[in-house]
Design a protein around this ligand. Sequence first.
Ligand code: TYD
Length: 216
Amino acid sequence: MALFITFEGGEGCGKSTQAKALWRKLVRLGIPAELTHEPGGTALGKELRYLLKRKRQDRLSPEAEVLLFAASRVQLVNEVIRPSLQEGKVVICDRFADSTAVYQGYGRGIDLATIKAINDMATAGIKPHLTILLDMPADKGLSRKNARNHDRFEAEDITFHHRVREGYRQMAAQEPARWMVIDATLPRNQLKTIIWNKVNQLLQAMQAYSGKTVPK
Ligand code: TYD
């Protein structure tokens, strides 16, 4: 029942909470599931996450930034995502290649075709079946974070975060079959239900195809 689900959204949108809730629900139902995140999820990814998020004296060039995210992704795909999908698990990833298109493309201004080529190499053709966008106004999401502890991305100008939000909305509109856009300002439990209904629908459809039974 291999299924690859990614969560995307701007700062403070609540996607990590929802990704975890979905993973817990699947595990409770006895459905093999793996929860991972980007940047991170592997030993190398953890180191790169630290390098990418901490505030720096030097200016990390946007190109270097893209390549560091891509390096983390290659490792995650090879060590976690591909093997888990091959074992027939549901893989849930908190951010994936779309984050690079949006943050480094729409946000930093790197050409989207270049990012696509880098992402294609990093993911080696692995694409989410479903991408859940938790959409909310940038200032609202940021206000949920403690300003004193802002990391390098959270500390970006608000116009950067507006571009990120717009980028997500444009990407979702271009590929509506893969993306589900949800209003992230809805109550947490309502979001959980909306997400579960969609995932359950996908699992039931796959069950019909594979002949395996999925508990409701
Ligand atoms: P994280 O603490 O995981 O933030 P969040 O909880 O919002 O997911 O930090 C990841 C940061 O890295 C986040 O600000 C988005 C950014 N990012 C990119 O700029 N490009 C990428 O490809 C990825 C995966 C993340």
